[in-house]
Structures are given as structure tokens and as C-alpha cells.
Design a protein around this ligand. Structure first.
Ligand code: GRF
Length: 189
């Protein structure tokens, strides 16, 4: 069966780009059917346009509650017959409205070795602490980066290495790890 995938992203979209290109090129049993974006000016929107992916832009501020906002997203996902949700830089916590329908089928990527450094600026915080750095792909639950871990990868870095260089390598690692996890899921593993 063709698995229909929605990607939620609100920023640059390098993970969106890598995942979508990979799936379009290599996965004949899956399709990225939409981008959900909550930032109208996010660069990821242009990337979706170039890859021919439908985009649904939605702002929480236009809704009276998070429930109404998420219900609108949920209606769109159901309409698109989405089976799997990949979060890739979507900066909101997924609430119960979406979780009730999709729990176990929502995955996130986070730039730290969870459970260390959940939340925002994880890369900078771990670098500033000279802590181990790496990437985690995990299922999403109602907490902040607390869902069960699917796969992790660590990077080696030198204390004198420049943060910008590490950031580039971290993004490359993210793309690689996220693609590995998606491949495993599509193979049914
Ligand atoms: C990534 O670092 C990801 O781990 C985090 O948000 C960032 C998104 O980056 N959740 P990009 O927009 O995919 O380049």
C-alpha cells in the first residue's frame, strides 16, 4: 500500500528537503502528500513548491484555541488520507487533538542525544556544555521530546571546532538518520 506522509516544518526545511527528495526518488511505496507549516514566511514553503508538494499554511493566532487550530490541521490530514507524520523543525508541541488520531504514527527529529537537552537550542546548549552531541529520532507523545527513542547517532567533535562547522555536520547527520528511520518504517521494521 502506498503510505501517505505529511511533513510538519516551520523553518529552513533542510530535513524536509532531504526526506522528500529521498522518498520521491527511492520509495515506490510512499508519497509525501503535504507540508504543514505554521510560519507563513518560512523558507521551507519555497522548497515544497519546487518539489511539487502541496502546502497547508496555518497560524495558531487565527484560532481561538489550540484545539481548533489542530482540528483544522487534522481535517486536512484526514482529507489527504495521511498515514504517517514526520516532524522536521515544527516548533509546537503536538496536542491531544492530533495525538488522539495519530499517536504511534508521529515521529520527530531532535538535535541532541535525548533524554539530554530536550527543547529549544539543544545543539547550542550541548555544545556550550562540551557535552556529547548527536541526533535522536523518536516517537512523539504529549511531552517535550519525551517519546520513545527509535534511533540515535553521536558525532565526534573537537573542543576547538567551530560551532558553525559542527552545525553543518549535525544537519547532515540528521538527514541521514531520518532517512534511515523512514526506510525502516517503510520496510515494516
Ligand atoms: C533540526 O535541527 C531538527 O532537529 C529540529 O529542527 C531543526 C530543523 O532544521 N527539530 P531544518 O529546518 O530541517 O533545516
Amino acid at each position: 500500500m502506498n503510505k501517505k506522509i505529511a511533513i510538519f516544518a516551520s523553518g529552513t526545511g533542510s530535513n524536509f528537503n532531504a526526506l522528500t527528495k529521498h522518498i520521491q526518488k527511492n520509495c515506490n511505496n510512499a508519497e509525501v502528500v503535504c507540508l504543514i507549516c505554521d510560519k507563513p514566511k518560512a523558507p521551507v514553503i519555497d522548497k515544497a513548491y519546487k518539489l511539487g508538494i502541496d502546502t497547508f499554511v496555518i497560524s495558531l493566532k487565527n484560532y481561538d484555541s489550540k484545539e481548533q487550530y489542530e482540528q483544522t490541521i487534522l481535517n486536512y490530514l484526514v482529507d489527504k488520507k495521511v498515514d504517517l507524520i514526520l516532524l522536521a523543525g515544527y516548533l509546537k508541541i503536538i496536542g491531544h487533538t492530533i495525538l488522539n488520531k495519530y499517536q504511534g504514527r508521529i515521529i520527530n527529529i531532535h538535535p541532541s542525544l535525548l533524554p539530554n537537552y530536550p527543547g529549544l537550542h539543544a545543539m547550542e546548549r550541548s555544545f556550550n556544555d562540551l557535552a556529547d552531541m548527536g541526533v535522536t529520532v523518536h516517537y512523539v507523545d504529549e511531552g517535550l521530546d519525551t517519546g520513545s527513542i527509535i534511533k540515535q547517532a553521536k558525532i565526534n567533535y573537537d573542543k576547538n571546532e567551530n560551532f558553525d562547522d559542527i552545525e553543518i555536520r549535525m544537519h547532515e547527520l540528521e538527514h541521514q538518520l531520518y532517512i534511515e528511520v523512514v526506510n525502516d518504517i517503510l520496510k515494516g521494521e
